[in-house]
Design a binder for this molecule. Structure first.
Ligand SMILES: *Cc1c(COP(=O)(O)O)cnc(C)c1O
Length: 383
């Protein structure tokens, strides 16, 4: 069982050794740029590479501002605070996501509300969101969205672009506008993914990226907040201890965070960003080969949604059943080809089981069927 698929993957990576799900590639100026920071002694919280990384990321994504942070979770935490999320409020997100999305809401003292995903995007479903709001929310006299039963403020909506595939942003924006919810995008997995020609993470008031070791580009650890000029300026302030600019005095005008990305990490990021489009070309090519290989098989390859260019960060298949999923994961991993199930739904974790939720049929259906396949850049793209 799955012998064809395993042979196909081994052929792609041309190895009999262990094949990981996603390995970083350092095939550019990484060594030079990192050494430059050491030679200059500017390895820490200020340095030319931080500014350069922010400017180049703003240019690449088309965001007016990009603010580097120590990791993607910190970026999300700060973005939600900047979106105005306060203690005791609610933030809507999808139940099918990585834990960081949910934890960031929790760090604000807010609570997540879990809404279903669409099967064709793997991301937050605009129609499920609207249906839940119709049943459970009202607009108060000031135009604030509140729960009908206990009058809690529903402040923001935080969709996530699963495996790099954009959610239905037009429809989602429509629902958020109607209900006066601040849209914040968790674009941690979708650097290089565009929806109708525009980069993910730039549709909401704020968006966030991650450069963890397993993401499409890495800084070792790192993240980024995407925002307009005004919020970007506030993001920089909030994530750099809220210190008022002064040559020597320490005046901090609010409780800020030390969420800065060190220059050492930003140097790695600058070198990685130079290779991003090449990585995406390699990943899209691999995705096309998986799609062809799996055509007519009972594993359904997951394709990018219409009107999108996805980065295909992690390739995914949808199995026919949970039993088939278990067999696929066991067989491949036993043979040194790493595959992985999708995350457990957030509402299935004891820490978030008490949270409000809508109907989650699609998320539950996907939870037991989705498997990620090896997705590293193929060796032939690394000449
Ligand atoms: C990677 C990731 C993050 C951020 O992770 P960090 O490791 O903190 O950079 C957030 N959300 C999602 C969906 C992710 O995949």
């Amino acid at each position: 069982m799955f012998a064809h698929l395993i042979r196909f993957i081994r052929d792609q990576y041309r190895t009999k050794d262990f094949i990981p799900l996603h390995a970083p590639v350092f095939n550019g100026q990484e060594r030079n740029y990192v050494l430059e920071t050491i030679d200059s002694t500017f390895v820490s919280s200020v340095g030319a590479f931080v500014d350069r990384f922010e400017n180049e990321m703003a240019a690449y994504t088309g965001s007016p501002r990009a603010v580097a942070t120590v990791n993607g979770t910190a970026a999300l935490h700060a973005a939600l605070l900047l979106a105005g999320v306060k203690r005791g409020e609610l933030v809507i997100t999808q139940s099918l996501t990585f834990i960081a999305t949910c934890n960031a809401i929790n760090y604000c003292g807010a609570e997540p509300v879990f809404i279903d995903v669409d099967r064709h995007t793997l991301g937050l479903s605009p129609s499920a969101l609207d249906a839940w709001l119709q049943d459970n929310a009202r607009m108060d006299s000031e135009g604030t969205c509140r729960t009908k039963d206990d009058d809690k403020i529903i402040r923001a909506c935080l969709p996530m672009h699963t495996f790099g595939h954009p959610v239905a942003l037009d429809d989602l924006l429509g629902v958020c506008t109607r209900w006066n919810l601040v849209l914040v995008e968790d674009a941690a997995e979708s650097l290089g993914s565009f929806y109708k020609g525009r980069h993910t993470g730039t549709f909401g008031q704020l968006g966030t990226l991650s450069f963890n070791g397993n993401k499409i580009i890495t800084t070792g650890g790192g993240g980024m907040i995407l925002a307009n000029e005004e919020l970007g300026k506030r993001a920089k302030h909030l994530t750099t201890t809220a210190k008022k600019p002064h040559p020597y005095e320490f005046v901090h005008d609010e409780v800020g965070f030390n969420y800065r990305l060190p220059n050492l990490n930003a140097a790695l990021g600058c070198a990685q960003l130079e290779q991003l489009e090449g990585f995406i070309a390699a990943k899209r090519s691999l995705a096309a080969r998986y799609a062809e290989e799996l055509q007519g098989s009972d594993l359904q390859f997951f394709h990018e949604p219409h009107d999108c260019r996805s980065n295909y960060w992690l390739n995914a298949v949808i199995c026919e059943s949970g039993e088939q999923r278990d067999a696929l994961i066991k067989t491949t991993n036993d043979q040194g080809v790493m595959t992985r199930p999708i995350w457990k739904l957030m509402n299935h974790l004891p820490i978030y089981a008490h949270c409000r939720k809508g109907d989650l049929s699609n998320a539950e259906w996907l939870e037991v069927r989705v498997v990620n396949l090896p997705s590293s850049v193929l060796p032939e793209f690394l000449q």
